[in-house]
Design a protein around this ligand. Structure first.
Ligand SMILES: *[C@@H]1O[C@H](CO)[C@@H](O)[C@H](O)[C@H]1NC(C)=O
Ligand SMILES: *[C@@H]1O[C@H](CO)[C@@H](O)[C@H](O)[C@H]1NC(C)=O
Ligand SMILES: *[C@@H]1O[C@H](CO)[C@@H](O)[C@H](O)[C@H]1NC(C)=O
Ligand SMILES: *[C@@H]1O[C@H](CO)[C@@H](O)[C@H](O)[C@H]1NC(C)=O
Ligand SMILES: *[C@@H]1O[C@H](CO)[C@@H](O)[C@H](O)[C@H]1NC(C)=O
Ligand SMILES: *[C@@H]1O[C@H](CO)[C@@H](O)[C@H](O)[C@H]1NC(C)=O
Ligand SMILES: *[C@@H]1O[C@H](CO)[C@@H](O)[C@H](O)[C@H]1NC(C)=O
Ligand SMILES: *[C@@H]1O[C@H](CO)[C@@H](O)[C@H](O)[C@H]1NC(C)=O
Ligand SMILES: *[C@@H]1O[C@H](CO)[C@@H](O)[C@H](O)[C@H]1NC(C)=O
Length: 540
């Protein structure tokens, strides 16, 4: 990580978040002689010690890290037995910092992968003093790979769905306790996309596993998400059809027109649409006039395609399936679900887990296939239960923070709002709790999936620091994980988090601007003053 000239660690020590009371230390000798006893359903394979600032160069089928700036830690590798009868296993790692903050942090995975998330163990857990846990979810493979699932590899599908992670958390907490000779004070979770789904599944099914859970753009409605991804592909393919739009059209024709119609509605012409719901984008303004070069305007077929792309997706019988794209992410949408390349996760999901037709193509998709997916719910991977009482109620007091970028190109932000609203309705109708006391949602203007985009998009979540977009500091005002710790341990719930936009989305180039992230349903409002300063905005 570059030297940002920002005192990353000082704020933490002030708040007592680094080495909290009761923290103990590990060491090289403790690591090398570590031999955990009586692990239920797991076996210990290895412990490796990395001294401060030595090179950590580790990679697997899904995730890699190659850095030389980490504090000292002990890397423990384990094999978890997920089903003894079947002999199925998962690989899990627990990274134990010498200078431990007394907490454990589990990090999630992405897509259909397939590898311990070493990137985030190294970029998030270890630098902030957390003992970190991550699993390969029971198989090795890249984000898009699906053939590990079979067909009919039921145990691997269940492991990916929830089992490998849950068992890894149980075993990982045991490892932490044995290594430091005391249990972790609190248990946290951080994940986005599939990682977001894993976090919500845990909250719903294993409410005791975590005290605080931060999820980004969760893929928690698998059956519908995968259906929607194919619906989106079908809206524009094939690339030879009259409704296809090239990358050049998305970037140079559609994107500028969206900004012309929508950008200034929030009072600031800055290329960021703060709340795309207040703009109803009308693509017909780009209709080709007689004689116009069709690379610079839209045909009737392309306009219809755009109407479908920006609309919520309903079945023929008007059943809601999923949200659509929102105006503001046009320069990235071509690389999401409406470009030349089909979204492989969708076809692999239906091919290897639902229909067992490994040749499944987007043209084999129809409403019957969606119904079949809902019936099977492969690996019970859906995480859509709105009843969070066991996690959030008086017996556990768990906290949940969720975020999503309005310009997410892979999972409609509508999905995040939809889930939040189902929990809100359930809470009002069936409990005496106040959702604000346990579940807070942040909608991030202009951010793409995980990170990136034109916005203030660096706030301490996964894939950000590892893509050179670290938080401004580790303080709860800037760092969503510290904000969660502050909520769980000090009872101070986050109202806003100040995020950074680095020039060119690269911290090496310095901070471009800062903005508050606002808690749903409030949105960011420009008060006046320097638009590059978070202080010129408020949440209202
Ligand atoms: C343990 O890790 C070290 C360092 O990576 C490696 O050299 C060794 O082969 C590993 N041992 C086992 C049993 O995996
Ligand atoms: C880092 O790891 C990669 C992948 O394992 C390997 O190809 C490369 O040689 C390693 N680099 C060094 C300097 O060890
Ligand atoms: C474990 O695997 C066996 C053999 O595949 C299977 O019959 C059984 O249902 C599995 N058990 C669980 C709990 O998944
Ligand atoms: C496809 O295989 C999965 C995993 O064994 C199974 O759950 C599902 O029911 C199968 N689908 C069909 C249509 O038979
Ligand atoms: C149409 O516009 C495209 C993109 O601006 C350009 O490359 C192409 O040469 C133009 N075609 C004609 C016939 O002018
Ligand atoms: C729907 O798709 C399935 C599998 O691709 C196919 O077998 C079935 O005939 C289709 N049903 C309709 C009504 O088109
Ligand atoms: C919600 O879940 C809790 C804990 O699992 C259960 O006791 C309660 O009955 C559920 N509430 C409703 C309304 O279903
Ligand atoms: C209240 O709980 C019942 C029983 O679990 C459930 O059927 C109903 O949908 C819940 N109400 C809302 C508004 O979620
Ligand atoms: C950030 O910028 C620096 C300096 O231009 C460059 O070396 C580095 O590769 C960039 N990092 C990323 C992730 O783009």
């Amino acid at each position: 990580m570059p030297d940002l000239g920002i005192p990353l660690l000082t704020a933490l020590s002030v708040l007592g978040i680094a080495s909290g009371a009761g923290a103990t230390a590990g060491s090289r000798s403790a690591c090398l002689s570590f031999a955990p006893s009586s692990l239920a359903f797991a076996s210990f394979s290895n412990a490796t010690h990395y001294a401060t600032n030595t090179r950590v160069n580790i990679s697997n089928a899904y995730s890699s890290i190659d850095v030389s700036h980490l504090p000292a830690f002990c890397r423990v590798e384990l094999v978890i037995t997920t089903n003894a009868t079947a002999g199925s296993t998962a690989l899990t790692e627990v990274w134990l910092p010498d200078d431990w903050n007394g907490r454990v942090l589990t990090v999630g995975n992405g897509g259909l992968a397939g590898g311990v998330t070493v990137t985030e163990l190294g970029h998030i857990a270890i630098p902030q003093g957390f003992a970190g846990i991550s699993t390969n979810t029971g198989h090795d493979g890249g984000t898009d790979d699906g053939d590990w699932a079979g067909p009919h590899n039921d145990n691997a599908i269940v492991d990916w769905g929830w089992r490998a992670l849950h068992l890894s958390v149980l075993v990982g907490k045991g490892i932490v306790q044995q290594y430091y000779r005391q249990p972790a004070r609190k248990s946290y979770y951080l994940g986005c996309s599939t990682g977001g789904r894993q976090g919500l599944k845990e909250v719903q099914a294993f409410p005791e596993d975590f005290d605080g859970v931060v999820v980004g753009s969760p893929a928690n409605w698998q059956t519908h998400l995968q259906a929607w991804s194919i619906h989106m592909n079908l809206n524009t393919e094939p690339s030879t059809s009259r409704h296809f739009m090239t990358e050049d059209m998305w970037s140079n024709v559609i994107a500028p027109e969206v900004m012309r119609q929508c950008d200034e509605l929030d009072g600031l012409k800055d290329g960021i649409i703060n709340d795309p719901r207040i703009c109803s984008f009308r693509p017909e303004t780009l209709t080709c006039r007689p004689g116009q070069n069709t690379s610079t305007c839209l045909t009737k077929d392309q306009i219809s395609a755009l109407h479908r792309i920006y609309a919520d997706y309903y079945e023929a019988d008007q059943t809601y399936v999923f949200g659509g794209y929102y105006p503001g992410g046009e320069t990235e949408y071509y690389h999401g679900l409406v470009g030349k390349k089909h979204f492989e996760i969708g076809t692999n999901y239906f091919g290897y887990m639902v229909t067992n037709n490994t040749e499944f193509s987007i043209h084999d998709y129809n409403a019957t296939v969606l119904k079949l997916a809902d019936k099977i719910d492969p690996g019970q991977a859906n995480a859509i239960n709105p009843n969070l009482t066991a996690f959030a109620g008086p017996s556990h007091h768990g906290k949940l923070i969720q975020y999503v970028g309005w310009a997410d190109q892979l999972i409609s932000p509508g999905n995040t709002i939809h889930y939040y609203e189902t929990v809100h309705e359930f809470t009002l109708a069936n409990t005496t709790m106040d959702i604000d006391d346990y579940y807070r949602l942040f909608l991030i203007p202009g951010m793409n999936h995980w990170y990136g985009g034109l916005a203030a998009n660096a706030f301490g979540s996964v894939e950000q620091a590892s893509n050179n977009n670290p938080p401004l500091s580790f303080h709860p005002d800037h760092n969503i994980l510290a904000a969660m710790v502050h909520w769980v341990e000090d009872g101070i719930a986050p109202d806003t988090i100040t995020a950074a936009n680095y020039k060119g989305n690269n911290a090496t180039n310095g901070v471009g601007f800062t903005r508050p992230l606002c808690r749903y349903p409030s949105t960011i409002k420009y008060k006046g003053g320097d638009p590059n300063s978070a202080g010129s905005f408020q949440c209202a």
